[in-house]
Design a binder for this molecule. Structure first.
Ligand SMILES: [Zn+2]
Length: 242
């Protein structure tokens, strides 16, 4: 049997996701499975060992192979990475990000570390975005409500989103939506955005009255508004995809 034929029979025997490459080696003394960086699986076969023995070996080793394939995944995505550190401008927190490809799935945060269990970088970044939204809700929500209470504004609801084009918005029903990426900006800039959206609770426009109200809440609003507009450059690329 040629090698292509052997490969085909392996596919038939097992509903595998990965392709196996069979290599017949004159020096090999026994069947071995090798998993290369990126998850490519190679079965090294000593001369004279037939396809049935190879198939049995792969079946017996399948659990080990799967584990190994998962472990070798991070290297696939070097050109398409998961951040190693996340820094918040608002509040100044720093998190070391550890991406693990093992069996544990999901995201855990403890003591300044964010541990992401995901098989591929796309999933890892999706989990990070979900975490970012929760983090934004926990930090920005109370800060906005405190400012609202201080100036006697009534906010019906605070929502956090991952918008690409706006930092915040205010609905006629009194819901203020905040962009999770505000966490990457400096605190005074975020406070200006809060003041801006709170002012919309009373003035649903950008009239002179509106700006006078903003000014009464935040005298330095002009320069902060410019900084806010330029703030998109501070948002890491992993936040805005998909
Ligand atoms: Zn506005």
């Amino acid at each position: 049997m040629n090698q292509a034929g052997m490969q085909l029979s392996l596919f038939e025997s097992r509903p595998a996701r990965e392709a196996f490459v069979v290599r017949v080696s004159a020096r090999a003394r026994r069947l071995t499975a090798r998993v290369h960086i990126g998850g490519r699986v190679e079965i090294v076969v000593p001369r004279g060992v037939g396809p049935i023995a190879v198939r049995d070996f792969v079946r017996r080793s399948s659990e080990w192979i799967e584990r190994k394939v998962a472990a070798m995944q991070p290297c696939v995505a070097l050109e398409d990475p998961v951040p190693q550190e996340i820094r918040f401008g608002f509040g100044g927190e720093r998190f070391a990000v550890e991406w693990r490809c093992g069996r544990a799935r999901g995201l855990h945060e403890r003591g300044g570390r964010v541990i992401v269990g995901a098989a591929d970088p796309v999933t890892a970044r999706r989990l990070l975005r979900r975490w970012l939204k929760r983090a934004a809700h926990a930090r920005l929500g109370p800060a906005l409500l405190a400012l609202a209470a201080e100036h006697r504004f009534e906010v019906a609801r605070v929502a956090v989103r991952c918008q690409r084009t706006r930092w915040g918005s205010c609905s006629t029903r009194g819901t203020i939506s905040l962009n999770a990426s505000l966490l990457f900006l400096r605190e005074p800039v975020v406070r200006y955005l809060f003041a801006h959206e709170l002012a919309h609770l009373r003035q649903m426009n950008h009239s002179r009255r509106f700006w006078r109200l903003v000014e009464s809440l935040e005298p330095d609003y002009r320069s902060l508004d410019r900084e806010l507009l330029a703030g998109w450059r501070q948002v890491p690329a992993w936040v805005h995809e998909g």
